[in-house]
Design a protein around this ligand. Structure first.
Ligand code: ADP
Length: 258
């Protein structure tokens, strides 16, 4: 629940709950989502796995509000944000989104990139904005000194943390991570994933992440959703998906995770 002052009512048990029901989306003649239903409990993490082209990114983009569904509904914290006659655009949803490449603004410094995420987009600065940027850098385990650098002057792992800090600046109820760590090398991926899990867990932020990384799906998530050709073939605990995969492709995907 967000009241008129923009603060989050954490006492409402629905805060951060995501409910997606019978969602469909076509691009031209191509039916990309064919009735997706998914519930994500407040503060929990769901990993979406599945082959390339199965509709994972499209689902995240609909949840974020970058695309409108053809039919079906998206409810966030109990409120309809798409479908059922409702439409709340992305910038009015309490949702953070981190794309695969981080999508930082190359011409802005790290600090300005993060400040862009602050409510009101205080790019110019001000002491309060600067203090908040420092706080966000600390949350994602980055040195304050990095604030004055440009994105290309920090490492890939650091860029991902900056993107996360920018998304956190909005104080989202829900965080969407789209293959956010896949471009990083294995060691950095593990370290970044740990930081992200700790930050989001401590803040109690509901998380939905798209990943190609089996270990990530199994270790990071409370729930794994298996996407196949625009539908969810299975939504279960990691253990259940691992021990009772819905099909052979899922078994093969998870097979080399341990
Ligand atoms: P995944 O994330 O599982 O790889 P996507 O959701 O990115 O799958 O894409 C699913 C299908 O939808 C692909 O065939 C893709 O080409 C198509 N698609 C996604 N976005 C658009 C768009 N904006 N316009 C046309 N086709 C799109």
């Amino acid at each position: 629940m967000t009241d008129t002052t923009g603060t989050t009512d954490t006492t409402d048990p629905a805060t951060g709950r995501l409910e997606v029901a019978a969602l469909t989306k076509s691009f031209g003649a191509q039916e990309v989502l064919r009735g997706v239903t998914l519930g994500v409990e407040p503060g929990s993490t769901t990993a979406i796995v599945g082959p390339s082209g199965s509709g994972k990114t499209t689902l995240l983009r609909l949840i974020a509000g970058f695309e409108r569904p053809d039919s079906g509904t998206v409810r966030l914290s109990g409120e309809p944000v798409a479908g059922d006659g409702a439409w709340v655009p992305a910038h009015h949803r309490n949702v953070g989104y981190v794309a695969q490449d981080g999508a930082l603004f190359p011409h802005l410094t790290v600090g300005q990139n993060i400040a862009f995420g602050l409510v009101g987009g205080a790019v110019g600065g001000g002491r309060r904005a600067k203090a908040r940027v420092d706080e966000l850098l600390e949350m994602v385990s980055l040195d304050r000194a990095l604030a004055s650098r440009r994105p290309h002057e920090v490492s890939g792992g650091q860029q991902q943390r900056v993107a996360l800090a920018r998304a956190l600046a909005r104080e989202p109820q829900l965080m969407l991570l789209d293959e956010s760590f896949s471009a990083l090398d294995a060691g950095l991926r593990v370290a970044t994933r740990r930081t992200v899990a700790a930050v989001l867990g401590a803040a109690g932020i509901t998380t939905v992440l798209v990943t190609h990384d089996q270990a990530e799906a199994l270790s990071f998530a409370d729930q794994v959703a298996v996407m196949r050709g625009g539908t969810l073939a299975q939504v279960d605990s990691p253990l259940e998906v691992y021990t009772r995969p819905v099909d052979r492709a899922t078994a093969e995907f998870l097979g080399d995770a341990v």
